[in-house]
Design a binder for this molecule. Structure first.
Ligand SMILES: Nc1ncnc2c1ncn2[C@@H]1O[C@H](COP(=O)(O)OP(=O)(O)OP(=O)(O)O)[C@@H](O)[C@H]1O
Ligand SMILES: [Mg+2]
Length: 228
């Protein structure tokens, strides 16, 4: 069989939340396709459902209706245990606020994540150096969190998220706490990971400056998606 050109697909995806007697329909019949090895962005105003959609794509939440297919498998219909496994082995996550371990340096932060992922010691050291080089921090490996700029910290977080060779990296507003120039450095890094290393990246943003480097942009508004 030919390799599918996409890695994630949603079908009639709905997500509603109950608040008292009210039902808030956040996502309404979302049908999107996330291509492999590309940088896809989800944009929309605050409250439009970007995080909600990303949490469904990343198996962190279950929909009210519809399906999410990851690598051909419907991940909305499998056990929590299987979902945990897919998330741990095949997905990487980067968040708005960088959550590095403050008492560890850049290298140790990445190395620790690989220890949790079950990599053996030699492989951990090699891969930690490799990904920190990949994000341009070969000279900062021994620096602790507080000795790094916000953009550098976010790049350590990206190195950590890609270290275990995930199929997809999800980044929820990874540039929101950075100034425009550091934000652009971070999205350029994602673009280069996609273009030069075939890494699939899905990120949310509401900053139009960041969208220019995307391969594909989905715009969420009024619960529907639009393809730009
Ligand atoms: N667990 C929840 N319970 C109730 N309502 C929720 C829940 N999670 C999200 N919502 C609501 O769903 C809507 C979409 O939220 P979401 O966080 O996905 O927006 P967003 O596009 O990521 O916004 P932002 O740009 O501010 O991060 C909001 O109105 C929010 O209040
Ligand atoms: Mg959000």
């Amino acid at each position: 069989m030919l390799e599918t050109p996409h890695i994630l697909r949603t079908e009639h995806l709905d997500r509603q939340f109950k608040s008292g007697h009210e039902v808030i329909k956040v996502l309404n019949d979302i049908n999107i396709v996330i291509p492999k090895g590309k940088l896809t962005m989800l944009k929309g105003r605050s409250g439009s459902g970007k995080t909600t959609l990303m949490n469904l794509l990343g198996a962190l939440d279950r929909p009210t209706g519809g399906h999410v297919y990851f690598d051909g498998q419907d991940i909305t219909r499998i056990s929590d245990h299987k979902r945990d496994e897919i998330r741990r082995l095949r997905m990487g996550f980067v968040f708005q606020s960088v959550a590095l371990i403050a008492t560890m340096n850049a290298f140790e932060n990445v190395e620790f994540a690989l220890r949790v992922a079950g990599f053996e010691s030699k492989k951990r050291r090699e891969r930690s150096e490799e990904v920190l080089e990949l994000v341009g921090l070969e000279k900062r490996m021994k620096h602790r969190t507080q000795e790094l700029s916000g953009g550098e910290q976010q790049r350590v977080a990206i190195a950590r998220a890609i270290a275990h060779h995930p199929t997809v990296v999800f980044a929820d507003e990874p540039t929101a706490e950075l100034d425009t120039s550091m934000g652009l450095q971070v999205v350029s890094l994602f673009q280069s990971l996609a273009e030069n290393h075939g890494q699939t990246v899905v990120m949310t943003t509401h900053d139009p400056n960041m969208m220019e480097v995307a391969d594909l942009v989905y715009s969420l508004d009024n619960g529907d998606e639009n393809h730009d």
